[in-house]
Write a protein that binds this ligand. Sequence first.
Ligand code: DAH
Length: 340
Amino acid sequence: MSSPSALSSEALAAIAKARTKAELEAIELEYLGRKSGRISSLLSGIGKLDPAERAKLGQAANEAKRAIEAGLAARQAEIESARLADIAETEAIDITFPGPPLGRGHIHVLTQVRRQIETVLESLGYQVELGPEVETEWYNFEALNLTAGHPARENWDSFYFTPELLLRAHNSPVQIRAMQRIKEPPIYIITPGRCYRRDAPEATRLPYFSQVEGLAVDHALTVGDMKGTLLYMIQSLYGKARKVRVRPSYFPFTEPSFEFDVTCGICNGMGCKSCRHKGWLEVGGCGMVHPQVLRNGGIDPTRWNGYAWGFGIERMAMLKHDVDDIRLFYESDLRFLEQF
Ligand code: DAH
């Protein structure tokens, strides 16, 4: 039978080789198990020994037991710290590691087009003038010669808050505000911004959209000045190949009034499917400011005259990028927006 010290060195050798907690537990059971552990078994015949031998063996067995326990605890600590070091290496998060790059947004196509229009007209001396989207009846209609009951009001079906207040149906009211604010011509302003009409959304119209209104008030302006300005704007935006034309029309706030057309960029004015074989695309209205409108803005029509226009910004963006459905601009679909 092995001596306690032989047993303990045997156990310590096994402990040194153990690699897992389970192996250590097996060793503990083998040597220190209460009933059949090898140390306990050593003591089973101890009663038959004489007292001196008994004390010696008991002491030696206790020492062996303590040595094995200490060995188990030390090895257990080693195994645990190796396990933690391993986790630190394989699973730890390196907080200094750069993350995936953030996707960068860009300016919405309508904002791009609006800024291009502003840049071109600012280069001609026009200033950007803004007005409120919630307007009074007077600025939105009355001051523009659209008196109550005027049949032309039907063209601007509006959203009303009260009989006096509405969402502006066009940007023309800012003409009046600009004249009142600036007072003394020359006045050269453009007014980009939203307006609202009671229309159901379709490929060509929406209940909300953007216009850029222009107003020039000066001495002896002519339709030629207006047409030249608009031609310059269109060619700056769409290229020199584009031609423009004005067609007689009617707006209560201008006299004479015109529709303003640009040659289709797809067929160069030859006529194709997208311009419905006309060769021309309509951009908006324009004309020479009506004397009463000047008066409503506080300007003396015997000393000054003016021209004005109002174009749809979505329409201008559609012309530039050959977009055939106005709703796309507001659907926030990245597959559409990322193209611009
Ligand atoms: N306000 C008009 C509309 O919304 C557009 C317009 C036409 C504006 C002629 C003008 C103009 O300044 O002279 O349909």
